[in-house]
Design a protein around this ligand. Structure first.
Ligand SMILES: Nc1ncnc2c1ncn2[C@@H]1O[C@H](COP(=O)(O)OP(=O)(O)OP(=O)(O)O)[C@@H](O)[C@H]1O
Length: 456
């Protein structure tokens, strides 16, 4: 039931308009002056406000309008007045009134204005949800030791202006990492522009990167600004940089060395201040030794290397990631989310995730669609994933997920009950592979795994 706040000092208007709106299915709350109108809105945010312009007391309609807009920017306000001059109407419009109704009111006029205002309210809500959803989608999730180390590195790299080369298998989050570097940098308020080098046809690479002048080649009917210029002052992500052809590599190297670009057909060099972050899932050092990637360009791009770990090397992150993608699914679809059982989590940990986090996101979404509002079990996971059930496939102890649907946390998986001897053997092997320079976090994580695997 949409709610309307009706503020008017005339009792007749409150009674008649109130009755009309109630008969049309609105929930009506009314107030006889500005102060009580604001108090009503503070008690429960209305969907729409219907506000008289001329009211006695200190708070006339325009003041109330201003305060409502300040506190409840998503609530459209419809103004009403019998003696409004043009100046008042203009002021109300400037203060953000949705529309103006002249008294005497007609039922049709009131209902039409409210229906349109409600549509706006819904659109504003959807836009807000989308913004929040985008915020959620841009977060880098993971509490494992490799992710902690990565986050620290990204923050440190962000504060410098050095060129960064991000490597990692497909779907490990290279683009997300590049965005995190930009967000941590002094350039964060300037553009973050991505160019997918693998997706541009070879003969268009130069124009895409550097832009072109009108008439530079057949089909160049307008001047086009390239990605370098678009990223001016900010960060340019050269995604899949390993896919650039020889000619494009040479032009890129020249632009980096000179700090200038030339639009195709332009002839005039343009200085650009752009930080370059590159990403690839290819082994560029090998490319350089095999002659497919220029070593002088690699040297320029790879001032700070950042390597993203594959998901199978940080399975401790599975529960947090599953929770995250479940929340994202719920925010986007509005549909009920599933709950994740411990055996579902163990089944997910028995898969090698060649497509990494992207593949996990797809699987979570698929299972959420199939089992929204229910509990996902290991059996459900096996229906959609070729889980490796040979004993040696167990990779790590995986805690149960934070339950996105209920907001509660299930306990840790009792490993002694759940894992057989083979798994224990594997865990101890994994522990003995622990990297050198073990951090406090990593030691604590290993102790937790050790405790769980011995039942202590
Ligand atoms: N740590 C993470 N936390 C949350 N979401 C993640 C994480 N890593 C990756 N994702 C999500 O997984 C998807 C793939 O990530 P991204 O596009 O950054 O990977 P990529 O390594 O650039 O892949 P590709 O090499 O195929 O381009 C995106 O939707 C991204 O938001």
């Amino acid at each position: 039931m949409p709610s309307v706040l009706l503020v008017d000092d005339e009792p007749n208007i409150r009674r008649m308009v109130g009755a009309l709106l109630a008969s049309e299915g609105y929930e009506v709350r009314d107030a006889a002056d500005g102060a009580s109108g604001l108090a009503q809105a503070a008690a429960a945010e209305p969907d729409v406000a219907l506000l008289d312009l001329m009211m006695p007391g200190e708070l006339d309609g325009l003041v109330v309008l201003e305060k409502l807009r300040e506190r409840f920017p998503d609530v459209p306000v419809v103004m009403m007045s019998g003696r409004a001059g043009l100046a008042d109407a203009v002021r109300a419009a400037k203060l953000g009134a949705f529309t103006f109704l002249e008294k005497p009111l007609t039922p049709e006029g009131v209902l039409l204005a409210l229906a349109a205002a409600l549509e706006l309210r819904q659109a504003r809500r959807a836009a807000r949800a989308l913004r929040e959803d985008l915020g959620l989608a841009g977060t880098m999730i993971g509490d494992s030791a490799p992710m902690h180390a990565l986050r620290e590195l990204l923050a440190r790299v962000g504060s410098s202006d050095a060129r960064v080369l991000i490597t990692g298998e497909s779907g490990t989050g290279k683009e997300l990492a590049a965005a995190a570097i930009h967000a941590a940098s002094p350039r964060r308020d300037k553009p973050f522009v991505r160019v997918n080098c693998a997706a541009i046809p070879r003969d268009l690479v130069e124009s895409e990167m550097f832009g072109h002048e009108r008439g530079a080649f057949t089909g160049a009917t307008e001047r086009r600004i390239g990605r370098f210029e678009l990223a001016s002052g900010g960060t340019l992500l050269l995604d899949e940089v390993g896919d650039l052809g020889a000619e494009a590599q040479a032009k890129l190297l020249r632009a980096i060395e000179a700090g200038e670009i030339e639009r195709v057909g332009g002839g005039k060099p343009i200085r650009v201040d752009v930080r370059i972050v590159s990403a690839t899932n290819k082994d560029l050092a090998r490319g350089a030794s095999e002659g497919t990637f220029r070593d002088d360009l690699l040297f320029r791009l790879n001032v700070v290397p950042v390597a993203l770990p594959p998901l199978r090397d940080r399975l401790e992150d599975l529960p947090a990631l599953v929770t995250h993608f479940t929340a994202l699914y719920r925010a986007r679809s509005g549909a009920p989310a599933p709950q994740w059982g411990e055996d579902a989590m163990r089944a997910l940990a028995r898969y090698r995730w060649p497509g990494n986090v992207r593949e996990l996101a797809n699987i979570v979404e698929r299972l959420a669609i199939l089992h929204g509002g229910e509990r996902v079990t290991g059996w459900h996971v096996r229906e959609v994933l070729p889980v490796d059930d040979t004993p040696t496939s167990a990779l790590a102890a995986v805690p149960a997920p934070r339950d996105a649907a209920r907001g509660s946390v299930d306990g840790e998986v009792p490993l002694t009950e759940a894992l057989d001897d083979y798994e224990r053997e594997l865990i101890s092997r994994a522990r003995s592979r622990r990297p050198r320079g073990t951090s406090r976090r990593r030691r604590a994580a290993s102790r937790r795994i050790a405790r769980a695997s011995t039942g202590v």
